[in-house]
Design a protein around this ligand. Structure first.
Ligand code: PMP
Length: 379
């Protein structure tokens, strides 16, 4: 079969490749995948089941059930975000679909999209699928992996059409304060960039409050915000997310969505509505547990003599690798049966780091860190 150049030139996900290795081995502890170890809150699951019992198995409106959009509109006010349910919210099949739609809605062939780096693995390919050219913009460890005005300038982002950011960040766990975001916002306004802000980990912020760049002066009209239920509500398999933005952006995204997806999964929309209405306590409990693990993991790495940045969001630690990150990850997997992701998978700037997911129970986490320590001691 003839395949498109676009498909043929897309490399397999670096994370998946690594995990195929791990799957062939026994007794592996995986700190690899970015997926909660919890199940979705029971009330959300019950709402999904109940919707099926009532025979709610049809499509919903393209934009998503009105009640769900109204609940999202209300929910995001906790981040000082003000988006109306009629025109400014689109319910999507995971935040993944929202990112894809936004890129297709704003990128013309040949446009440049600056991407904060290291970055979640989907953004670069997503930009290419929309016909654009990704431009990685390195963040630096000495700035706690938060993008600065200088980083953007140095990378040539002034000539880009759009900028993709993500706080709390995957893979670094970095969060950005309002002051830090203000620098990025200034650059975006000065160079007329559209900002695509992936805030899927907003609820998993451990120090201070999450701030959205869309709340800063002059930013709402140029920003699309992504969020979803996968991380905060442990609902990865239900595939539900959403986009918030000015009516014209949401309308453009919906015009693509109505031909490609029709509507997000109906059962998941019922679960999500319930999650927003009654599962704050479950989210708070999961956050507390992630936070305990976060402190534990970072302090264990530091005790082992590895430099480990103080991640304050999401569920990843991003320590420095003792030697080449890819080699280290492979050696550790073969020698001790612990799977981590080499930082280079997330872009050039990830080289020399390891992404360690702590969305894993404390017992397994302790054992994994003991094994890493044994591996380092034996060198
Ligand atoms: N953005 C980031 C930063 C992520 O880490 C992930 C999931 N790994 C996604 C988006 C995709 O989320 P969803 O399951 O909602 O498609």
């Amino acid at each position: 079969m003839k395949l498109s150049d676009r498909a043929a030139s897309t490399p397999p996900s670096g994370i998946r490749r690594f995990f195929e290795l791990a799957e062939e081995m026994d007794d592996v502890i995986s700190l690899g995948v970015g997926e909660p170890d919890f199940s979705a809150p029971w009330k959300a699951r019950a709402a999904a089941i109940h919707s099926l019992e009532r025979g709610r198995t049809s499509y919903t409106t393209n934009r998503g059930m009105y009640d769900l959009r109204a609940a999202i509109s209300e929910h995001v006010t906790r981040y000082d975000l003000d988006y109306g349910p009629d025109e400014e919210i689109l319910v999507t099949t995971g935040a993944s679909e929202a990112v894809d739609l936004a890129l297709r809605a704003v990128v013309d062939p040949g446009d440049t999209v600056a991407i904060q780096s290291p970055a979640y693995i989907s953004y670069g390919p997503g930009v290419r699928f929309s016909g654009g050219d990704p431009l990685p913009v390195s963040t630096r460890a000495e700035n706690d992996f938060v993008l600065t005005y200088d980083d953007l300038e140095r990378a040539g982002a002034a000539d880009a059409e759009a900028l993709m950011i993500c706080y709390p960040n995957n893979p670094t766990g970095a969060t950005a304060t309002a002051d830090e975001l203000a620098e990025i916002a200034t650059f975006a306004r000065e160079h007329d960039l559209t900002v695509l802000s992936d805030e899927i980990y907003a609820a998993l912020t451990y120090e201070g409050e999450h701030t959205s760049i869309a709340t800063l002066p002059g930013m709402r009209e140029r920003t699309v915000v992504f969020n979803g239920f996968s991380k905060a509500y442990a609902m990865t398999g239900l595939r539900l997310g959403y986009a918030l933005g000015p009516a014209e952006a949401i309308d453009a995204m919906n015009r693509i969505h109505q031909y490609t997806m029709l509507s997000a999964p109906t059962t998941a929309q019922y679960a999500a509505l319930e999650a927003l209405q009654s599962c704050d306590d479950d989210v708070a409990e999961m956050r507390t547990q992630y936070d305990r693990r976060r402190r534990f993991v970072i302090s264990r790495f530091r005790d082992m003599g590895l430099d480990c940045f103080e991640a304050t969001g999401a569920f990843y630690a991003f320590p420095e690798a003792p030697y080449d990150d890819e080699q280290f990850a492979e050696d550790l997997l073969h020698d001790q049966g612990v799977a981590l992701v080499p930082g280079r998978v997330f872009g050039e700037e990830g080289h020399g780091h390891l992404r360690v997911s702590y969305a894993t129970g404390m017992t397994a986490l302790k054992e994994a860190l003991n094994r890493i320590e044994a591996f380092l001691d034996a060198r």
